[in-house]
Write a protein that binds this ligand. Sequence first.
Ligand code: OAD
Length: 246
Amino acid sequence: MAVNCDIPDALIVALRDARHICILTGAGVSAESGVPTFREAQDGLWAKHDPHDLATPDAFLADPVLVWRWYRWRRDLVAEAEPNPGHHAIARLAELVPRLTLVTQNVDNMHQRAGSRDVIEFHGNIFEDRCFADGSLQVGDPTTAVPMCSECGSHLRPGVVWFGESIPEQALHESCAAASDCDVFLSIGTSSLVYPAAGLADLARQNGATVAEVNPNPTMHAGSFDYALAGNSGVVLPELVNCLAV
Ligand code: OAD
């Protein structure tokens, strides 16, 4: 297959020689599936809603019906979308390298639907229902405006991390360990504005990894990365995998 490889040769060599690759994805990797990102003015989720009115524990307690309505709208939006070539390329990359750790800030389950396994969900999963009181995984009644916990009677909430909440401990630990250990770190489709996720690339760099981003709009970190591939992940990632596979 003719490969139009715009990927720098040195990055391909680094990927080919890597013992361990760590990937961090953000909303941009799902953009080509039609799932809105957060901060893009024209169609970002936040363009229509102030996140602090919807994605915080206080917002939920103030109006659980509104918050559930917003998350169910997002669930339906995501459920109708399909993984795009970027998601599939990441799943295929895992078969081409000795070890790949995938950390995602996305809650849309798209990586899993594309075949990626052991996905570290930094911000949870929108399709999970959890007890508001103890965070346990529950199965809520989708027909009620605010589903209740069958065990304790508390509200159920979507299984996502809200502003002001901490990252699930195991996800944070595993992500930091992978970023510290990897030989190549790829930051894909994220504005790199939200910490601690945005700090993983620095952690990788401090431990000697080659760091690259894939984003049509270079982020403020691009200058400190080894490579900034300015393109859509649905185009760049299949090209990167094809270059590796030859
Ligand atoms: P953002 O909306 O902040 O950034 C999306 C990034 O994707 C931008 O930098 C775009 O330039 C880029 N992008 C757009 N289309 C792309 C494409 N086709 N290919 C590659 N990149 C593309 O979303 P995140 O960085 O994911 O947290 O936001 C991080 C966190 O902020 C989210 O997980 C969420 C939000 O608060 C929580 O909800 C806890």
